[in-house]
Write a protein that binds this ligand. Structure first.
Ligand SMILES: [Zn+2]
Length: 494
């Protein structure tokens, strides 16, 4: 599993580790991960653990990953009562599997810095609400399965993993395993506990980017999200959701959800990372490169669209989804074919979008942009989903909506803005489902997110890059946390 980087970096790695785990960075650095001697190590100030996917192999001092309960800080009242947990109080669900997988890719960093939950790095592109970490609130995404082919169990205790999404949806779309696999190279499992064994005619999946599972569940229960509540009432929801793979960022986990494999296998490692062998910076998550990000997905794995298409189970469609390789229809095909120069130019004035919370459209540029993008996504989903766009009715329709992420980043996951983002999104889901007659009894639905979202502390500031620079350590930092030592410094995008 190890990468072939120069052995001479060992001293540099230890020096950097000492700086990162120093007292002055205790409030911003939660953990530092690295690969060493065939294992992956997690280091905190008062202890370290060496592990592989199967578990811990050694511990020195206190094991910084000793607490791994996927149900920690849930429901919402528990999360709010325990904001900004330190490493000793925090939980890291499935941490050994979720972290070790990353280092199977030779482009993994020398050191991966896991930001403390409280760390607010708005001056480096961060937000009031954040994700990306290994901890439970940032890793825990909701999953609701509903409709035809799904058992009506309501909320059941338990969790699954992001890698389990694609095998589950492939099964609902009628795929049979071949050599034990529904998708090439598959690492996830089918979430059998939610399925009734019958085969629905269609599958419609909604990815609500950046939705905190506790917030979604609480708002559905209180009646604020009637569309989500109906899906929940007609299906099964796992109380502890699906655990994202590390790092818990957008394109990494969209790709994980759609391939059934961890990032260390599918190759989309972060928003940006560095391929040392060819001295190339890979930037996946930027507006200018979103439509090209799927080019980074390994040829050795299969997307859900490819798995359904290869079996000739029917037409597939991806609305506003960058990890769309193999989809019969995709929003980003328009961009890649040059029909739309830049997606932004095709967007309506957000102030004219129906079902939008005008106060936040006016107050926050990100809220406005996401509102316009999601409105177009709804129009596309209705046109494609009903066949009005001239396509066959999709066997698999996947719709990505981004407002929940934008709103929760901007205001924090517990803010009124985040809640408004989910209410607006619930109305958009309702419009799509109404157009599809709620699947006419022959459609399975999935509602999920790609990662969680955690409240940072606006007073918690600090920059580990500056500390490394002061210590004279040469490095480049990709996506603010993937450190490549001994490289010419590039204060990379985050
Ligand atoms: Zn996201």
């Amino acid at each position: 599993m190890h990468n072939g980087r120069a052995v001479g970096d060992a001293t540099l790695s230890d020096r950097a580790l000492e700086v990162l785990l120093g007292d002055s960075l205790r409030h911003v650095v939660d953990l530092v991960l690295r690969a060493r001697d065939g294992l992956v190590e997690a280091h905190a100030a008062d202890g370290s653990v060496g592990f592989d996917a199967a578990g811990a192999r050694w511990v020195r001092g206190r094991n910084p990953l000793e607490r791994r309960d996927p149900s920690a800080f849930s429901p919402l009242s528990e999360e709010i009562a325990n904001l900004h947990p330190g490493n000793r109080a925090n939980h890291y669900p499935l941490a050994y599997e979720s972290a070790s997988q990353l280092f199977a890719d030779p482009r993994a960093p020398d050191l991966a810095v896991v930001h403390a939950p409280s760390h607010n790095w708005e001056e480096r592109g961060g937000h009031r609400g954040e994700h990306g970490s290994l901890d439970v609130v940032q890793s825990r995404a909701p999953i609701v399965l509903s409709g035809a082919g799904v058992r009506r169990r309501g909320m059941v205790a338990g969790h699954a993993r992001m890698i389990d999404v694609a095998p589950t949806l492939a099964t609902l779309a009628g795929a049979e395993p071949e050599g034990g696999c529904l998708l090439a190279g598959q690492q996830g499992r089918v979430i059998d506990e939610a399925l009734d064994g019958t085969s629905p005619r269609r599958v419609v999946a909604f990815l609500l980017d950046g939705t905190n599972a506790n917030v979604l569940h609480a708002m559905a229960q209180s009646g604020e999200l009637p569309t989500v509540a109906r899906l929940l009432g007609e299906g099964t929801v796992l109380s502890d959701g699906i655990v994202a793979s590390f790092p818990s960022v957008t394109l990494v986990n969209h790709t994980t959800a759609l391939t059934g494999v961890h990032p260390g296998r599918h190759g989309v490692l972060h928003n940006a990372y560095y391929d040392r062998a060819v001295r190339r910076q890979v930037v996946t998550n930027a507006r200018a490169t979103w439509h090209l990000a799927r080019g980074e997905i390994s040829a050795d794995v299969e997307t859900l669209f490819e798995a359904v298409g290869r079996r000739r189970l029917g037409f597939t469609a991806a609305v506003n989804e960058p990890a769309d390789r193999g989809a019969g229809y995709s929003t980003f095909d328009l961009v890649r074919r040059g029909e739309v120069g830049e997606l932004r130019s095709a967007l309506p004035d957000p102030r004219e979008v129906p079902a939008a919370t005008r106060a936040f459209v006016d107050a926050a540029r990100d809220y406005a942009w996401a509102t316009a993008a999601d409105h177009v996504a709804v129009q596309q989903a209705i046109a494609v989903g009903t066949g009005a766009a001239g396509n066959p009715r999709p066997r698999l329709l996947w719709v990505n909506l981004i407002l929940p992420d934008a709103a929760a980043h901007n205001g924090g996951p517990h803010s009124e803005m985040a809640r408004a983002g989910l209410r607006d999104t619930d109305r958009r889901l309702g419009a799509i489902l109404d157009s599809l007659d709620w699947g006419a009894g022959e459609t399975a639905f999935a509602l999920l997110a790609d990662h969680g979202m955690e409240e940072t502390d606006p007073a918690c500031k600090g920059d580990f890059d500056e500390a490394l620079e002061r210590a004279g350590i040469p490095f480049r930092d990709e996506a603010y946390g993937f450190l490549y030592l001994g490289e010419a410094r590039a204060r990379a995008r985050s």
